[in-house]
Design a protein around this ligand. Structure first.
Ligand SMILES: *Cc1c(COP(=O)(O)O)cnc(C)c1O
Length: 397
């Protein structure tokens, strides 16, 4: 019944992947812990051995259980991809997806705005494998065509960028990659499968830190690779060769988190925009980095391609002393100091250590702080921010 294309996102979120009839009437698919998987016959085992990367099947526990397949199918359907592969972390999803396509002598193009560990993977492990990663200006758009070489195997995007929030022209970049014979990959963690549909924009592969909004409760790590049909087997095989696997309890938590993604994101979006606008009106603030704001340089493309914004954005403060920044951050009551966003709680984290860039000078005159708007009452959050700015001012005056 859910194969009909008529159900809308919220209905799919509530029902996809569930099979109470097969589970004693229990609503949620249970957790299966498995290493050994038994087969009925040597014939059945031999068949799967010949072609082991079939969607929804596993020869052995490392490739997943029925809980994993329910989660993978649900995400693939929501995002509009062919199949999904769940693995132990968002970083593993990035490494698995990229590794599937590169070898010695290859060249890849990577947005300068990527999550820092993506950059380090390129500069360290990939370089040692003989793969040359070249970083491009995230706002390059169709101009990326001039950077494509015969040996360019892959173009990697992340939009908006980590810490700097540039919006990329995803359809233009994906089209240039395809024209040059390279696969395109996007890190879609910020928008989730709900607010950006990369496959409809011509992207081949989407990766997610499901750890963030999909899990949504700051208590599990999870990565996802969603692929279009031609690349599913190649990517799943690479992940199997790397020994990647998603832990069963965390898969369960991820599927459970996914059920409420839409209602949580609506609130993250609303509070995120409210706080961003509040910061815009403050004299201590130089600029706010949030593509949902009309003043943001990425706003027009964001409106064209995305159907929503989430709770993560940046604030550039006017220059202040280190002690003033410390007083603001350390004294927050509700905004926690922590890296992994996407949970129900608000966060504030200075971006300084994470914004290395090759194509531009990423240094701002004052401190840049990344905020995550959680699910608390926005009035309480604003009171906490207001007290933070007062502490900042008190130190420097
Ligand atoms: C956190 C993050 C990741 C990595 O996810 P983990 O599950 O923490 O490994 C990847 N990409 C982006 C954009 C992230 O913010």
């Amino acid at each position: 019944m859910l194969d009909k294309n008529t159900y809308r996102t919220d209905t799919l979120l509530a029902h996809l992947g569930n099979d109470p009839a097969a589970n004693h009437g229990v609503v949620n698919p249970p957790v299966y812990h498995a290493s050994t998987i038994l087969f009925d016959s040597l014939e059945a085992y031999t068949e799967l051995r010949k072609d082991p990367y079939v969607k929804g099947r596993s020869l052995y526990g490392i490739a997943g259980t029925p809980t994993t397949f329910a989660f993978e199918e649900t995400v693939a359907r929501l995002e509009g991809g062919y199949g999904a592969i769940a693995l132990q972390s968002g970083l593993a999803a990035i490494v698995g997806a990229v590794t599937a396509f590169v070898g010695q002598g290859d060249h890849i193009l990577v947005s300068d705005s990527v999550y820092k560990p993506t950059r380090v993977f390129c500069e360290d492990l990939l370089a040692r494998m003989g793969v040359a990663a070249e970083f491009y200006d995230p706002r390059i758009g169709a101009g990326i065509a001039s950077m494509m070489r015969p040996e360019t195997k892959l173009v990697f995007m992340e939009s908006p960028g980590s810490h700097t929030f540039e919006i990329q022209d995803v359809p233009a970049i994906a089209a240039a990659a395809r024209a040059g014979g390279a696969v395109s990959i996007i890190d879609n963690s910020w928008a989730t499968p709900l607010f950006l549909k990369p496959f409809a924009l011509g992207v081949d592969i989407s990766v997610h830190a499901a750890t963030k909004y999909i899990v949504g409760h700051s208590d599990a790590m999870m990565g996802l690779i969603v692929t279009s049909e031609p690349y599913y087997v190649q990517v799943r095989r690479a992940c199997a060769l790397l020994g990647y696997s998603a832990p069963p309890d965390d898969v369960y938590l991820s599927l459970r988190g996914l059920r409420t993604l839409s209602v949580r994101l609506a609130k993250h979006q609303e509070t995120g925009l409210l706080l961003a606008k509040w910061f815009q009106a403050r004299p201590e603030v130089e600029q706010v980095l949030h593509p949902g704001l009309p003043e943001d340089p990425g706003h027009e493309i964001w409106r064209r391609d995305f159907t929503g914004s989430t709770g993560l954005f940046g604030v550039d403060f006017k220059p202040c002393s280190r002690a003033a920044l410390v007083a603001m951050i350390d004294g927050f009551d509700l905004f926690g100091l922590g890296a992994s966003w996407g949970g129900y709680e608000s966060l504030a984290m200075p971006s300084g250590l994470s914004t290395v860039r090759s194509t531009s000078d990423s240094q701002t005159a004052g401190p840049r702080v990344r905020f995550h708007a959680g699910l608390e009452d926005p009035q309480d959050l604003i009171a906490d921010l207001e007290a933070g700015l007062a502490r900042m001012k008190a130190v420097d005056s």
